[in-house]
Each structure stands twice: as structure tokens, then as C-alpha cells.
Design a protein around this ligand. Structure first.
Ligand code: SAM
Length: 294
């Protein structure tokens, strides 16, 4: 354990010294905003509830500000970083740790399943802990959630607005296809809000830590998963339109009588809006409309 916060990589003076010595330039295209606040980093680590019986995957270690805290609490940390110019910096900052592995690749392109076999103990539970690059938060999350990897938990920083959308409940403005796509697999809640002032450079939005715990089984049982996601997405294409209008837009005007019949049989109101339907009701909708699948 690093005794003195002043020695932390995230200490603003140390961060600036590291960046200057390595002549590092922030790259906007990689969503680089580095954390410089000991209290926030401690809170993230506490929220992740790590132990020496847990492996961690980190996306985008940057110069290692968060990584250092994770390494002290977890068995091992495997970090995926796209920016090659951070390699020499991480070689320096991570030198004291023998439980760190850097994979210098784009997280969306790497073969994760084979990478995680390289953990010394690949059988430990794996948690994802990261301060995500905001420009690809959703693709990264969906990529990880839909991968066959049995992550037990995600504790990730993202734009507050995106975190609110993911954790949203039906009948709220934030509720939509992203809420359902994530909540189908994970229980999601906003752990805490992070002000923009704790990063360099400061982003122009506030952030939040979202905690997502994988469900043992998806929240609802559906006959055809792909169809469930397709009908659910179609229900939100025009948020202000009724379910009937969105379904007609998705399946064509000619299918109107059949849609009406199937909705009536399932006792689903054609005039309801997607945002009023719970995940359970979306499951019922998908199963009811299955005869429309070509
Ligand atoms: N973890 C560091 C911190 O908290 O100070 C840096 C977080 S910064 C918001 C996001 C990091 O993700 C950057 O280091 C960036 O280079 C990296 N990154 C961006 N796109 C990536 C991708 N597709 N795959 C892996 N890393 C990526």
C-alpha cells in the first residue's frame, strides 16, 4: 500500500511530472481524461469491492492512475490500452507491480476470451473496473456484456447522462433501448457522481460511476432473444409514437391487421408508448409478435 497520497501516480504534481518527462500529448480522439483525485479513486476501488481472490480487467489505464489502486486490492489487473505512446509511461509507473499485464490493443478488436486465459489464476471471478473513454462507452459495454466472458461485475465511469440512461426505470425520460439492453443481463445502479474538476484535462460534462452486477439468468425469459431485442429497439425508434405506429414502421403497413390481432391476443394496448413498457412487458410483446418473424 502506498502510504503517502503525494506519491500516488494520480497526485497532480506527479501526474504533470510524468506527462512532461515523457512529452505526452493528450489525444482527444481516444477520450483521454486522467483522474487526479485520491478520494474519488478510493471510492471507485471501494465500490468495486475487490480482494486478492478477484481478477480485474481495466480498459484504458492511461498513465496508471486508477490501475495503481486496483493492483493493491486485486489478485491481478489486465489492462487494455489503445494508445501506444502510453507504453513507456506504463512501463515506468507500473514497474513496482508484478500483478500487472498490459495489452496494448483496442479493446473492441482484441480476442478477450484468449487474453483472459493468461491470468495466473484464470478461474478467479473477473470484474471490469475502468474510467471509460466516453466516445465509445456504449460499444465497449455492449461488447463486454455480450461476450461469452463471465464477468461478475462492472464498476465503470462514464458520462452521467449515459449512466442515467442505463440505470433508468420505465416511464422516465432516460428510459430506452439502452436501459433494457443492459438491464436484461445486469442489475445497474448509479453509485456516485463525479465532478469534471477531478480530471486533467477536465471533460465538458459531469460523470458518474455505474455499478452493474451480472444476473445469474437474464431478467426475463423470451422465446427468441434476437427477436426480443429487435422488437424492443423498434418500439423506441420514434419515441413519441405509439407502439402500433412503431410496429407498423418496422413491419410495413400491410402487416397492420396482423399486428392488431396479435397485440389484442396478448392484451397489449396498441396505443401505449415504448417508454411505458417494463422489460417483462417487452418480453411478452416479443413473444406475441413472433409470428411476424420472416
Ligand atoms: N484510467 C485512466 C484514468 O482514469 O486516469 C485513463 C482514463 S481515460 C478516460 C480513457 C483511456 O482509454 C485512455 O487512456 C485512452 O487512451 C484509452 N482508450 C481509448 N479508446 C480505447 C480503446 N478502444 N481500447 C483501449 N483503450 C482505449
Amino acid at each position: 500500500m502506498t502510504e503517502n497520497n503525494i506519491d500516488r501516480i494520480s497526485n497532480i504534481i506527479r501526474t504533470q511530472d510524468i506527462l512532461r518527462r515523457h512529452d505526452f500529448n493528450f489525444k482527444k480522439k481516444f477520450g483521454q481524461n486522467f483522474l487526479t483525485d485520491h478520494n474519488i479513486l478510493t471510492k471507485i476501488t471501494e465500490t468495486a469491492d475487490l480482494s486478492k481472490e478477484v481478477n480485474v480487467i481495466e480498459i484504458g489505464p492511461g498513465i496508471g492512475s486508477l490501475t495503481q489502486y486496483l493492483l493493491e486490492e486485486a489478485a491481478e489487473v489486465m489492462a487494455f490500452e489503445i494508445d501506444k505512446s502510453l507504453i513507456p509511461i506504463l512501463e515506468e509507473t507500473m514497474a513496482p507491480y508484478d500483478n500487472f499485464t498490459l495489452v496494448s490493443e483496442d479493446i473492441l478488436k482484441v480476442d478477450l476470451l484468449s487474453e483472459i486465459q493468461k491470468f495466473k489464476n484464470p478461474n478467479l471471478p473477473i470484474k471490469v473496473v475502468a474510467n471509460l473513454p466516453y466516445y465509445i462507452t456504449t460499444p465497449i459495454l455492449m461488447h463486454l456484456i455480450e461476450s461469452k466472458i463471465p464477468f461478475s461485475e462492472f464498476v465503470v465511469m462514464m458520462q452521467k447522462e449515459v449512466a442515467d440512461r442505463i440505470a433508468a426505470r420505465p416511464k422516465t425520460k432516460a428510459y430506452g433501448s439502452l436501459s433494457i439492453a443492459v438491464q436484461y443481463y445486469m442489475e445497474a445502479s448509479v453509485a456516485f457522481i463525479v465532478p469534471r474538476t477531478v480530471f486533467i484535462p477536465a471533460p465538458n460534462v459531469d460523470s458518474a460511476i455505474l455499478k452493474m452486477v451480472r444476473r445469474e439468468e437474464p431478467l426475463v425469459e423470451v422465446e427468441d432473444e434476437e427477436w426480443f431485442f429487435k422488437t424492443m429497439h423498434s418500439s423506441f425508434v420514434h419515441r413519441r409514437k405509439t407502439l402500433m405506429n412503431n410496429m407498423q414502421a418496422a413491419f410495413g403497413k400491410d402487416s397492420k391487421p396482423e399486428i392488431e390481432k396479435l397485440l389484442a391476443q396478448a392484451e397489449i394496448s396498441p396505443t401505449i408508448r415504448g417508454e411505458a413498457l417494463s422489460i417483462e412487458e417487452f418480453a411478452k410483446l416479443a413473444d406475441a409478435l413472433l409470428p411476424l418473424k420472416k
